[in-house]
Ligand binder design. Structure first.
Ligand SMILES: C[S@@+](CC[C@H](N)C(=O)[O-])C[C@H]1O[C@@H](n2cnc3c(N)ncnc32)[C@H](O)[C@@H]1O
Length: 371
């Protein structure tokens, strides 16, 4: 070698003779498991989008029957079934030529609630489209801006969050904050910063008619969807604004601010936390849902979801922040750094809960002193 840059073939020859061949073989096998999982994820996405899981959940069927149920082309369905069967998702009975989605698998792949994990596959499909651009940013710096992920990102986030919000927001998240249900019932001013398509505010506005709700988001497509959903539900107490949270000001102080998964990807997260603190009335409550990880890589080694979190961060959360010349916290900024940044913003008293029904996230509950 003449330069400092190692080519892959240099690494291969340099290492020959010192390798534990069994370990090489095991690792090669693991790589193919990963690649297989990646491909199967795309197949899960197709099953979700096309309604094939719902069709299969209706009972055992041949590929032609399944194609008929979902109004799809049989040849594609049969190939997809090949992936599903060999991937351990669907069972096949060669004697009858039928395919069966076990009810335990259907429980994770169908339905409108938070237990339907099929929509998660869309995150992979979506982010895969940005690998080229993010890889370029590794070399050149900067990042891929939020706008490049729209409008698909809006749909993906809506699909990921809707089931959880519908099922758990009122019944499981709100009870984490003592007295919150009573405050909302009595009438409070509430905001959701980085609200996306606004599902959380729409649900709360319907549940608590005496309170007023406002959602802020940078994305006009997300805000438009939030507005039309609130209008369709006839909610006069929910509104939505396209607004950069880094410049957030309010005419009248807020009693409660929610942020769901929207601090770590900020260009200037410290400014946003400061703005939220300033916007709250004394005694106001800040509820922040963010990934449940350690700020220290070593603290995440035993977390089976950590590789996904760091990967999603690389392909989205980190890059959107760096694209704006931002802090680049990344999704794995972790509890320790979150507590420290919350304290810097004025939130000294923070209680952290596991997020109900969501192993990826934690709920940080903080109050503004001075009630
Ligand atoms: C990961 S998504 C979460 C969306 C939604 N809260 C949910 O849980 O489905 C982050 C959201 O924050 C919004 N966002 C990012 N930076 C923002 C800023 N500075 N001001 C307002 N919204 C912002 C994005 O447009 C996006 O909709």
């Amino acid at each position: 070698m003449t330069g400092s840059t190692l080519a892959p073939e240099d690494l291969g020859t340099a290492a020959t003779g010192t390798l534990d061949e069994a370990r090489v073989e095991a690792f090669a096998g693991r790589l193919f498991e990963l690649y297989t999982g990646g491909m199967l994820t795309f197949m899960v996405d197709i099953g979700h989008r096309t309604g094939l899981f719902a069709a299969a959940a209706a009972g055992p069927a041949t590929s032609a029957e399944l194609a008929g149920r979902a109004d799809l082309q049989e040849r594609y369905v049969r190939e997809w079934l090949g992936a599903m069967v060999t991937g351990g998702i669907v069972e096949h009975d060669p004697a009858t030529g039928t395919y069966r989605l076990p009810p335990e698998h259907a429980a994770c792949l169908t339905g409108t609630g938070s237990s339907n994990l099929a929509a998660f596959s869309r995150l992979d499909t979506h982010l895969a489209k940005h690998v080229d651009a993010v890889a370029l940013a590794f070399r050149e710096g900067g990042g891929v801006p939020y706008a490049a992920f729209r409008p698909e990102f809006t749909d993906v986030m809506d699909a990921l969050g809707r089931g959880t919000f519908d099922e758990l927001l009122v019944d499981a998240y709100l009870p984490l904050v003592p007295g919150l249900d009573a405050r909302l019932a009595a009438g409070a001013r509430v905001a959701d910063v980085g609200c996306g398509t606004g599902r959380a505010m729409v649900l709360l506005a319907a549940a608590y008619p005496a309170s007023t709700f406002i959602g802020y988001d940078l994305a006009d497509d997300a805000v438009a969807r939030a507005r039309s959903e609130a209008a369709a539900a006839g909610l006069a107490n929910a509104r939505f604004e396209v607004r950069d949270a880094a410049g957030l000001t309010v005419e009248r102080p807020l009693d409660v601010v929610f942020v769901f998964d929207a601090i770590h990807d900020q260009v200037d997260p410290a400014a946003v936390l400061g703005r939220i603190h300033a916007a709250l009335a004394p005694g106001g409550t800040f509820v922040m849902v963010e990934p449940r990880v350690s700020s220290d890589l070593a603290g995440n080694l035993a977390n089976p979801l950590a590789p996904m979190l760091y990967s999603v961060s690389t392909l989205h959360c980190l890059t959107v922040s760096l694209a704006g010349g931002g802090a680049g916290l990344g999704a794995a900024w972790g509890e320790e750094l979150a507590r420290s940044m919350l304290a810097d913003a004025g939130f000294g008293d923070v209680v952290v809960h596991e997020a109900p029904g969501d192993p990826l996230n934690a709920v940080f509950v903080a109050s503004k002193p001075g009630a």
